[in-house]
Design a protein around this ligand. Structure first.
Ligand code: ZN
Length: 134
């Protein structure tokens, strides 16, 4: 397994519109996509920075994982996503190396990409996502 680059950094925010404004007005980035992922109870906004994206995440449900994350730790970096050629194979390889998985098999994420998460207990505290076309 070898990630080709950091696909995106996921950032938990309380208010998507306010956060978008910061990235646009202060950093001069352009939000090119806003998408609700019902499955994950989030609304997402994307910015491209070189090969990497910033993915802002606002919870659409007070019981959602992003709402709970903000309640516990406040707004901020939520996860890092590595671009993988083949998410299923990467997840299997990580499991073989003793990593605890949140997703045993890839599922559909934002932007029509397949995603899978590794448990932060196994990744030195960083919620880690694998992300790819298959
Ligand atoms: Zn993500």
């Amino acid at each position: 397994m070898k990630p080709t680059h950091i696909e995106h950094i996921g950032i938990a925010v309380k208010n998507l519109d306010e956060a978008i404004k910061y990235y646009q007005d202060v950093l001069g980035l352009e939000c090119y996509n806003i998408e609700e992922v019902a499955d994950q109870k989030v609304k997402t906004a994307f910015f491209q920075v070189g090969q990497t994206k910033i993915e802002l995440l606002e919870s659409t449900d007070p019981e959602g994982t992003i709402a709970k994350f903000i309640e516990k730790r406040g707004e901020g970096v939520h996860h890092i996503a590595f671009a993988m050629e083949d998410v299923a194979t990467a997840l299997n390889e990580a499991a073989d190396k003793g990593v605890q998985l949140i997703d045993k098999a890839p599922r559909k994420g934002a932007e029509n990409l397949m995603i899978g998460f590794l448990h932060p207990k196994s990744t030195k505290g960083v919620l880690t996502e694998f992300c790819g076309k298959k």
